[in-house]
Design a protein around this ligand. Sequence first.
Ligand code: APR
Ligand code: ZN
Length: 363
Amino acid sequence: MSAVVRGLVARGAGQELTVEDVRLPRPDAGEVRVRIRAAGVCHSDLSMVNGTLAPPFPLVLGHEAAGVVVEVGDGVERVRVEDHVVLNWAPACRQCWFCRHDEPWLCASSGTPAVARGATADGAQLHVTLGLGALAQEVVVPQHAVIAVPPALPWAEAALLGCAVLTGVGAVNNTAAVKAGDSVAVIGLGGVGLAALTAARAAGAGPVIAVDVSPAKRELALAAGATDYLVSDDRLAKTIRELTEGRGVDHAFECVGRSATIRTAWRSARRGGQVIVVGMGAKDDEVGLSALDIFHSARTLRSSVYGSSDPDREVPELARAVLDGSLSLAPLITDRIPLDAAPAAFERMARGEGARSVVLFDE
Ligand code: APR
Ligand code: ZN
């Protein structure tokens, strides 16, 4: 074991989160050690600890982050010490059936909720979220889980590229292939939904209808590119049809991860339109749809995993878009906090407040 660093640890579902010392292994052959500079608090981390998923504990949270490479194991060629990198929670093996068929986001060897790595201060086996555990001062990860980005990219923005932005932007551009003039609804305006709004507007979609549960998200939604903002109620699907000449939207993005919002998205899409499930829901939360409606509506229901993206190609592209000003992530970041404030950020997220909280680490 080498480094002892501070990390945000979950001890079990529903238990209080604690910042504690964690022991990381030395980078093995093909691995790198990264000093984290910024890490976002994403709803998938919350899903690890609120009972939506059932990962092994103790677990270091965090999977949306950027930092500096500080050590490389034998045979690492992809990056060097001092490179700035974004972490990738679904690194593609490039060999499995999915990778060979151009669907690297479905790579057979990635996306495991928690991987055994390191130890707690008292020597117990530790696990890291999505192979990363990035809400910590450092991570040790396979070299394919890092993507070099230009040093000029600000840390908070760089962190968001690794999950919320790839996911939200990719859902719009890759999974749904939204075109100019298409109508869009985005349900759920956390980091992921706001990123989807930004991409829909940039693609020239209109109307771009943003939906959340409280009026508090209106300003964020409009700043991210929404043309209309609706507070979700029983009439939501009807109101969305009224905004689209009675039809419903071409693309409805569900960015919450619940059966109820998947059904709302379904009813909000036009005949022949598509519903893209971006949120990650619970195993036992079943969606009921009428067999007649499935036939008659001619809608497509599909999911978008990691924005159907190839992060190795798209993270550098998104980094360039941030640097040249064509992609603004400012509306996504509502809180910049130290690691000790991360437990409170999880509570805000559980209440649906704000957008992304980004933990900033000292150099
Ligand atoms: N209708 C509309 N919006 C809702 C509803 C609802 N019934 N319930 C919750 N929301 C809103 C919340 O108010 C919040 O603004 O959904 C938003 C979710 O945002 P975050 O908690 O910040 O989640 P985010 O990190 O954006 O992830 C969204 O995508 O990747 C997945 O696992 C992730 O399922 C999660 C989803
Ligand atoms: Zn995430």
